[in-house]
Design a protein around this ligand. Structure first.
Ligand SMILES: *Cc1c(COP(=O)(O)O)cnc(C)c1O
Length: 220
């Protein structure tokens, strides 16, 4: 099946109020342009160098999302154009994004990445750390950052009840933070969860942004 028909099929399955980031990491400009020519504009990359190169070479109306682990010394390269950073997970990273947002005179939307899977990883706040980060409210002093919601990845497993439980946890944490800290902030609205293997479970659990790579572009 062509990239175009895969995009069209997904748009038929995914509810219209759920956004789809086409994860194009490791795929070529010509593959991205097939999706672009099918009308798709929202793409995601997980490595800064690759993202910057694609940004320079591809049409400027593409909305680029950064979904990978972000090193502080690389923020300045994506700050001029990135649409949404899905992986804010420390105060030090926040301060660097704030600085580069200021340099570029723009407000950079960010999601707080929360670690919900059982697997060990360096990236993401634990739910408890995320609560503290939000309650601490240093983000309120960052006028060049917009905290727009949460992002998470479920455990890579066939066990659907486990995946569902993890997505539900993220949805519940979102609701809790919304009630306590973002009640009057309409921009805190996104829950980025769901990939090729689990996006339908994620949508059932309240995802507002799915990040789909393999199902659109094939294996990497
Ligand atoms: C690569 C990646 C995806 C897409 O994964 P697929 O299984 O290919 O759909 C989604 N989110 C993140 C954070 C990724 O790194």
């Amino acid at each position: 099946m062509s990239i175009k028909s895969k995009i069209e099929n997904l748009k038929g399955i995914i509810p219209s109020d759920v956004k789809m980031v086409a994860v194009s990491k490791f795929h070529s400009n010509s593959e991205i342009m097939e999706a672009y020519d099918a009308g798709h504009r929202m793409f995601g990359e997980s490595r800064v160098q690759e993202l910057v190169q694609k940004y320079q070479e591809l049409p400027k109306d593409i909305e680029w999302h950064f979904i990978g682990n972000l090193q502080r010394n690389k923020v300045k390269q994506i700050a001029p154009f990135v649409s949404l950073i899905h992986s804010l997970d420390s105060e030090r990273l926040m301060l660097e994004i704030e600085k580069q947002g200021s340099v570029n005179d723009r407000v950079i939307p960010c999601l707080l990445q929360v670690h919900i899977a059982e697997e060990e990883t360096k990236s993401g706040f634990s739910p408890e750390e995320c609560r503290h980060f939000v309650a601490d409210a240093k983000w309120k002093e960052c006028s060049h950052i917009k905290i727009s919601g949460l992002m998470g990845m479920a455990t890579f497993t066939e066990d659907e009840s486990k995946v569902k439980k993890e997505f539900d946890q993220l949805r519940t944490l979102f609701g809790e933070l919304k009630d306590i800290h973002f009640k009057n902030d309409p921009d805190f609205k996104e829950i980025s969860m769901g990939m090729t293997g689990d996006f339908q479970l994620a949508i059932n659990s309240g995802s507002t942004i799915v990040r789909i790579g393999t199902l659109i572009f094939g294996s990497r």
